[in-house]
Design a binder for this molecule. Structure first.
Ligand SMILES: [Zn+2]
Length: 192
């Protein structure tokens, strides 16, 4: 599936209505005129599989032994990357506001972890997931996502691979021109 190009994936996002335009409050707290609702693409197993295989192709040289994703957004794509690489895929989830391994998930000392997300904006949740792996004694060999909307500013200290780099502005809420225009901000969630 190395034939899956960034343009093809972005086109797929547009066609299923997963590339939303308006005024959004992102998970990071930043505001943006664009939102990538990857769940609308990943709900189609064949699409999720294709994205997983394309990411796997991009990280094959890293010596990955296990995939770790932050819940909920990273679970489906993490699972598909794990399938494509032939390794298990586990996830971290929030407990009292902090990401943690639950459900009996464990990492072995020195195990080679790839952190996989659907969308990277500031890199904050990726960094937090990397911290979870390191705290468990594992070695993080890389990070990957379907969409990179960080504009190269994710600041990760491991090799990072994204299928689709896309430039979308983000604003601090107090400096958001859309807020200044009085446009209501939408927190994407169950309704979008
Ligand atoms: Zn705003």
């Amino acid at each position: 599936m190395g034939s899956v190009t960034a343009d093809a994936i972005l086109d797929r996002f547009r066609r299923v209505g997963a590339f939303l335009e308006g005024h959004f409050r992102l998970t990071s707290g930043l505001h943006s005129p664009g939102y990538m609702q990857s769940a609308l693409v990943l709900q189609h197993p064949a699409e999720a599989q294709a994205c997983g295989e394309a990411i796997a192709d991009g990280v094959r040289g890293l010596g990955v032994q296990v995939v770790l994703s932050p819940a909920l957004g990273g679970i489906v794509i993490g699972h598909e990357v794990g399938r494509a690489l032939g390794h298990r895929a586990i996830f971290a989830e929030r407990q009292d506001g902090r990401l943690a391994l639950r459900r009996g998930f464990q990492l072995v000392e020195g195990e080679h972890v790839l952190v996989v997300e659907d969308v990277v904006t500031t890199g904050g949740s990726t960094r937090e997931t990397i911290d979870v792996a390191r705290a468990a004694g594992a070695t993080v060999v890389g990070a990957a996502s379907i969409i990179d909307r960080s504009g190269g500013q994710q600041g990760l200290d491991v090799p990072y691979f994204a299928l689709v780099p896309i430039s979308l502005p983000t604003y601090q809420p107090e400096a958001c021109p859309l807020c200044a225009q009085g446009i209501p901000v939408i927190k994407p969630g169950s309704r979008t």
